[in-house]
Design a protein around this ligand. Structure first.
Ligand code: APR
Length: 232
């Protein structure tokens, strides 16, 4: 298994998913013990569910905020933050909503799917940071509920966030996908931008995924072990 080294590249882009945070004790979404094997997203993580029963959706998200809030960044997050510090051109585009990239010192993190630690007024769209557990008050002064500022199923991604991700992916010379199953679109399509622009592509995962064949290097193992190996 030939392992590309960060030292040989200038503009590195980390494209991360739930597998990066698994070693911090945060369950992934799919596979054994995945969030969606315990909860049906149609009842807890889409606007229709929220319109139907906002308190039930908030109870689920408060549980997640409580669990995730107790988790710490792992070596994988720290190595990515270190690479960003040593290489001005390194960037992070994440599908994760846990905020662990930022807590490990990464900067300018592009959060494709929003954040567990931001809320948005369901009526006027006002957004604010909020790390309270349980999140309170659940209603904005205008009378509408705050909702988690997370891209739920059937939500569209924020155009400005997508544009920023596109720019970064088109400019990188090394794309490192870390811990994503590659099954949720449009995020799963983004790595192709980097590949089309000639970046060397690396997939870090425990297992093969439906998009593994796109990658020049398919490294199998944990995120922290393989990111460490790329740092040598
Ligand atoms: N190291 C590396 N990879 C790992 C590890 C680990 N320690 N543990 C798990 N993985 C891999 C799994 O093999 C799987 O391919 O991480 C991937 C996790 O896949 P998902 O649970 O589907 O997470 P993700 O790809 O981030 O999901 C994308 O789906 O539910 C939506 O919006 C949600 O952002 C999420 C999106």
């Amino acid at each position: 298994m030939s392992v590309p080294r960060f030292a040989d590249f200038e503009r590195i882009l980390f494209f991360t998913g739930a597998g990066l945070s698994a070693e911090s004790g945060i369950p992934t979404y799919r596979g054994k013990g995945g969030v969606w094997s315990e909860y049906d997203y149609e009842d807890y993580a889409c606007q229709r569910a929220f319109d139907r029963d906002p308190d039930k959706v908030w109870d689920f998200h408060d549980k997640r905020r409580g669990a995730v809030g107790k988790c710490e960044p792992n070596d994988g997050h720290r190595i990515i933050a270190e690479v960003q510090k040593s290489k001005k051109g390194a960037s992070v585009v994440t599908q994760n909503i846990d905020g662990l990239h930022q807590r490990s010192g990464a900067t300018d993190v592009v959060e494709l799917h929003g954040s567990l630690w931001r809320v948005r007024c369901d009526r006027d769209g006002l957004v604010r940071d909020d790390a309270s557990v349980p999140m309170s008050p659940r209603k904005h002064d205008c009378g509408a509920y705050w909702r988690p500022d997370i891209v739920w199923f059937e939500d569209s991604l924020d155009e400005r966030v997508l544009e920023r991700a596109h720019r970064l992916l088109a400019a990188c010379d090394l794309l490192v996908s870390v811990g994503t199953s590659g099954v949720v679109y449009p995020a799963a399509d983004l790595p192709r931008i980097a590949m089309r622009n000639g970046a060397v592509s690396v997939e870090i995962n425990l297992d093969d995924t439906p998009v593994s064949a796109l990658y020049q290097h398919q490294l199998r193992g944990t995120a922290s072990d393989l990111l460490r190996a790329m740092s040598l």
